[in-house]
Design a binder for this molecule. Structure first.
Ligand SMILES: [Zn+2]
Length: 159
């Protein structure tokens, strides 16, 4: 079988940032898939599943309630390697166009101090696997170290 496009990115050179992973068009509608890369692959520790899971619940809740973007959200969820998330938006976007949205989302998550939405046996498949303090910590780190004053090389995949 052929290697799929996302496996052709050089993960050794890849640093935390916001990248366009792919664009797909079907029946005249374009979907942009973003690579929200939070840790440097194969270089620094990956996030634990509990904080990844918490960020997934928080991020999906934030995005699907966003006044300007909620109609554009197709999917938000974690990468299996636990180094980041995929965000799928209806529309044709550049990575810099979602920096304000991501800054808003990670700021909100870094200060979230309430019951995690959907963290109940009825709403989730593994509701006890949550770590809100670590979710806040990783969100804050990504916001301050990557998103704030993001440099151009953190918006386009390395060659
Ligand atoms: Zn869940």
């Amino acid at each position: 079988m052929e290697k799929i496009t996302s496996f052709t990115i050089d993960h050794i050179k890849l640093q935390p940032g916001i990248y366009v992973s792919r664009k797909d068009t079907s029946a005249g509608t374009t979907v942009t898939t973003f690579d929200i890369r939070m840790t440097s692959p194969n270089e620094e520790p990956v996030m634990n599943t509990a904080e990844v899971h918490t960020l997934e619940h928080l991020g999906a809740t934030f995005l699907r309630n966003h006044p300007h973007f909620k109609e554009k959200i197709l999917y938000f969820g974690p990468m299996g390697c636990r180094t980041g998330f995929y965000l799928l938006l209806f529309g044709d976007y550049k990575s810099e166009e979602i920096v304000p949205l991501m800054s808003e989302m990670f700021a909100w998550m870094s200060e979230f101090d309430d019951e995690v939405p959907g963290a109940s046996a009825k709403d989730c498949g593994n509701y006890l696997d949550m770590n809100l303090p670590m979710a806040r910590f990783t969100a804050r780190r990504f916001l301050t170290e990557v998103l704030t004053g993001i440099s151009p090389d953190r918006l386009i995949y390395p060659e």
